[in-house]
Design a protein around this ligand. Sequence first.
Ligand SMILES: [Zn+2]
Ligand SMILES: [Zn+2]
Length: 340
Amino acid sequence: MRAAVFKAAGQPLVIEQRPDPTPGAGEVVLKVGRCGICGTDLSMSDGSGQTFEPNSIVGHEFAGEIVAVGPGVERLRVGDRIAAMPFTGCGKCAACLTGRPNFCAQFRGMPGAFAEYTTTAERVAVKLPKSLSLADGALVEPLAVSLHGVALAGLRPGDRVLVIGAGPIGLGAIFWARSLGAGPIVATASSRQRESLAVQMGADAFVLPASANELPEAAIAALGGMPDVVVEAVGKPDMIGRAVNCVRPAGTVMVLGFCARPDSFVPAVAVWKEVRLLFGMTYSLGEFEHVARVLDRGHLEPRAMITDTIGLDALPGMLEALRHRTHQCKVMVDPWSAPH
Ligand SMILES: [Zn+2]
Ligand SMILES: [Zn+2]
């Protein structure tokens, strides 16, 4: 099969021939239909912090059709269309039994979907409802990250919410905050490029203050008060400090941005306000399934986040281009689309 392979930090992915995967016990092989490019694909390949394993195939936001099932697979069949969590665990410990294999002692990452085929574990796979396309299926993973964050923040109906960052995770947080009854919801980002997307996803307003110092006032003006919850969805240094500066006393800062560099903020500001500072990591299997159900019920606004669909050959160049400000939002890879 053809696959996009990570070689080393600072180097573009390389398209290589790899053996077709075979399923192990409890595993299925799927023909990848779509795999989204994620911000962590950028940050874990630029050498700034945590880095992918050399010679690994990455790509963790995927959906596809099952072409082979391994021994012990009970629920899934060849031909089923699935999305799957890109990691698994032992299946027996407390973490696994509550749907959080990312906390399992035997945690095993299972990305690998920037390729024609990939392997996944049955126990982390979700069958896609018929109404959903494979592109919808590949949106389940990033939407589950946002859902988990909003749920962890304990968002309540009527809460004032400020979302910093209008990439797919921030946009997803807006979508879930809206569907959980929060509001007003205000988005902010470093440019107006995603303003209309933010509004489509449920934001009441978008603010672009002239400087970070002006963000709290701009947010208060747009929200009619200090935010109860601030979602940090940028993942760059200084963003936690900004969120702490904005949030109301005893409010919640939910960090979903994946910043692999050291960061600093003034703890005293957070102490004065008694800020609840939370960090979110992925999602539970239940949340993953919930996303598919919500999309199936026709809440398909997140489709608007998909701005581009490219083939495998265009992926290395696209990944490099996305390191700079571009017009794209969620870029999907279709490993089977003809090269051009
Ligand atoms: Zn991701
Ligand atoms: Zn486990």
